[in-house]
Write a protein that binds this ligand. Structure first.
Ligand SMILES: Cc1cc2nc3c(=O)[nH]c(=O)nc-3n(C[C@H](O)[C@H](O)[C@H](O)COP(=O)(O)OP(=O)(O)OC[C@H]3O[C@@H](n4cnc5c(N)ncnc54)[C@H](O)[C@@H]3O)c2cc1C
Ligand code: FES
Length: 278
């Protein structure tokens, strides 16, 4: 597996100034951040940064904005514990530390020219939004684009304005579903796997890109294989506890692979025999 070369400058913690925050749901908040001294993050969709809340700790967070955005970038953060809850207390004008970007993102050059079946579960839309923005910005470079989104309830839906825009586009097939909803919900109800059988794809030219909670992967992969998508064309992004984020501490290791450096994006063929991976 090809190793990621980390640029010398990526070891350093840079100061990031929060330009804007937006509450997306009861649990998630979006942060627009600019690096001190200007300059862009230059990330690939699917890569992450190590974010430090000074005096509290450091966590890996995916970059959620388009790689084409210059001068700032966005992070969508769910408050689950010490650092992410402290981050939710921050507002425009506050500072955080940023290292990275790190890891192997989605292989854009390989995806170009092919059809995409993007499957997002819950917070999985955070890194996938960066990919989707890139694909829509460079729409002619890609074949058919299917976006399937699943979340617990309509209230948990992230980036709802953008989802509506994707839904209106003629060059994107977009569908969403929720696990449960009030009777006035007019959309699909059911887990995300229920959407996959109905998608019309040509498996040999389709790459499936899947990001969501760990429980989702096993069931989604089963449906994708049933549609004859080759194992190598099924891409998954993993979350593991991380400390250094750059292949030094071994904290994120799964059976010899470093999720922070060999991933977080892997293809199913490479990890399918790893009992700890799925
Ligand atoms: C590559 C990568 C990209 C990520 N991208 C995002 C993102 O875009 N937005 C976002 O909100 N979160 C993202 N996460 C998850 C985020 O890093 C964790 O939620 C965060 O580290 C929790 O830290 P804490 O101090 O707030 O919580 P803690 O107090 O440390 O833990 C709270 C709970 O979260 C669990 N947890 C902690 N770290 C992780 C982890 N790395 N993976 C899974 N569970 C964890 C703990 O086991 C515990 O149950 C990403 C993780 C990785 C590895
Ligand atoms: S987080 Fe340290 S090696 Fe991956």
């Amino acid at each position: 597996m090809e190793k990621v070369v980390i640029k010398e400058s990526n070891y350093n913690v840079k100061k990031g100034k929060i330009l804007r925050t937006k509450r997306l749901t009861g649990h998630e908040k979006l942060f627009e951040v600019a690096l001190e001294g200007g300059g862009s993050l230059d990330h690939d969709p699917g890569q992450f940064v190590m974010v430090s809340v000074f005096g509290v700790g450091e966590v890996p967070i995916s970059v959620s904005s388009s790689p084409a955005t210059r001068g700032s970038f966005e992070l969508c953060v769910r408050a689950v514990g010490k650092v992410t809850e402290a981050m939710h207390q921050l507002e425009a004008g506050d500072e955080i530390g940023i290292r990275g970007p790190y890891g192997k993102g989605f292989p854009i050059r390989i995806l170009e020219g092919n059809d995409l079946l993007i499957v997002a579960g819950g917070l999985g839309i955070a890194p996938l939004r960066s990919l989707i923005k890139h694909v829509l910005f460079n729409r002619r470079e890609f074949g058919k684009v299917h976006i399937l989104l699943g979340c617990k309830t309509p209230q948990d839906m992230l980036f709802s304005n953008e989802l509506e825009q994707w839904n209106r586009r003629m060059d994107v097939h977009y569908e969403c579903t929720v696990d449960r909803a009030a009777p006035d919900w007019a959309g699909n109800v059911g887990v995300i796997t229920t959407l996959i059988p109905g998608v019309d794809i040509e498996p040999e030219r389709t790459f499936a890109v899947v990001v969501g909670p760990p429980i989702m992967y096993k069931f989604v992969i089963k449906e994708l294989l049933a549609k004859n998508i080759p194992e190598r064309q099924i891409l998954l992004s993993f979350e593991r506890h991380m400390k250094c984020g750059m292949g030094k501490c071994g904290r994120c290791q799964i059976q010899g692979l470093y999720v922070c450096q060999d991933g977080p994006v892997f293809n199913f063929a490479d990890i399918k025999n790893m009992s700890e991976a799925l």
